[in-house]
Design a protein around this ligand. Sequence first.
Ligand code: ATP
Ligand code: MG
Length: 593
Amino acid sequence: MSSTPDTAATKPSHFLRQIIENDLAQKTHANRHWAGTPGDAAHQATGPLDPQPVRLRFPPEPNGYLHVGHAKSICLNFGLARDYGGVCHLRFDDTNPEKEDQEYVDAIKDTVQWLGFDWGPNLYQASNYFDFMHRAAVYLIEAGHAYVDEQSADQMRANRGDFNTPGTDSPFRARSVADNLARFAAMRQGELPDGAAVLRAKIDMASPNINLRDPAIYRIKHAEHHNTGNTWCIYPMYTFAHPIEDALENITHSICTLEFEDQRPFYDWLLARLTEGGLLASPPPRQYEFARLNLTYVVTSKRKLAQLVTEGHVQGWDDPRMPTLVGLRRRGYTPESLQLFCERIGVTKDYSWIDYSTLEGALRDDLDTKAARGMAVLDPIKLRITNWDETLGVTLGAGTLDPCSAPIHPHHAELGRREFLFGPELWIERGDYEEVPPKGYHRLYPGNNVRLKYGHVVTCTGAVKNEAGEVVEVLATLVPDTKSGTPGADAIKVKGVITWVSVADGVAAEVRLYDRLFSDAQPDASGKDFLSCLNPNSLKVIQAVVEPSLAKAPAGQSFQFERHGYFVADRLDHQAGRPTFNRAVGLKDSWAK
Ligand code: ATP
Ligand code: MG
């Protein structure tokens, strides 16, 4: 891996880099000034923040596990902060008192760190800003920018109009400031039931952007919050809370996905009102949108991912077939492979589908350069060398085994070598023997010479069959003086080279052959039942035999099983006495048409 530090100059540019570079050149944020006074609610919300060239944030809601789409957002925000010498905040956007859980908070932190990013002291929780948000709402009422609406939900919906029809003013829109303050206080005191009233921004009921037709900013919800308990029975709406969170944290560029593009005018409206009122620093942060990641063969909806887990279609959030980052990690994905993937897919404003093979390609390219090699036999059948005693036995003594070795990595001699034994009984792949060879088949068949990789050349002499006529043992004789790496070893030309593990030191291992979870490229498409697209062959568990160096690996280490692909020693189940490997990805794209 390259050890050159990442800098903005070495990265391909995209529109967000251009915006940041332009802002740095113009010193857009350098003179951001604070109108409030130390000790006021805004200052208390985050504590003092030192000046930074850029301050970005990754703001997950702690209501589920992060998935591969979040990786795009994490790599983008933390990556830009790193490249421009700034910081990226990890902010739990927990303004909704619904299912938010410490389990998710912990998993999210762990995953962001595993991906290779560090938020330093900048860990925040949106619910800590509830006091300030409430004060901001009161300010908007006082300034004539908000009112309490007590229409029913149905009336409100009907009066909002639609794309073709302008909305109609609520009868409560013209209330006096005093009346609004009193009703908002009643909401806050718990005097009204859920849904009886909402606080709305007073903007324009005829706006062509429906999001500006007096959006709700506070609602009544008699619900306990995981951080603030029962302090509140009114909660800010996401669209109101999010810009305020950004502003309080002095965010320079608020980067989100394109679904929020229509919300940007409200983002700007709100922060303009609060800065002109002196509640927030000026200039406020600005929102920029990019296209979310859409990956074929994957669903990323939290609801659907939860359904896969609760209905037992997979074994948990970290099942190696899940597109969650905990799942991809267990599958054998490395932080570097995911960073590489995110770099390759780039950042644009255009919707597109990324083919799953791009993700797999990034993993292959990352592991190829660094994964240790090893031999494993996935579908073992025994190969017996019938002239062992006459050949090797002559020099080594009857029954003695022949030590062999191979480089740990073909291009990194400095990593050293792995040792294993060659002997009279070896495990080979069942598919490496054919009684009658098809055209172009160069592996074992009667009369053919084949090299056992890193070992000797053998001549196949036939096979032993059981009563049912199935091959139970392949027979061969060893060709003397052909050991790999010895002088003259290549005197005999062979066309076939096969992998093997000896019976003497091979270790039985459980290998889980994972494949894509869905067999349909767009299981999420409308009109489809995503569960009916599950790939019935997404997991096959087999009993394999592996060379000793693989069995001794620490859990979590990645390997290339020669000829078979990339595998990882399972993070949870792999143990010295019970080697367990997951197939991460094959050597080639087997799904390519
Ligand atoms: P929901 O809001 O439905 O619960 P979400 O996927 O938006 O789900 P959040 O926790 O709000 O989840 O997401 C945190 C951040 O990750 C947001 O800034 C969001 O834009 C970003 N994000 C989520 N999904 C993707 C995706 N597929 N591609 C890129 N960024 C994403
Ligand atoms: Mg979201």
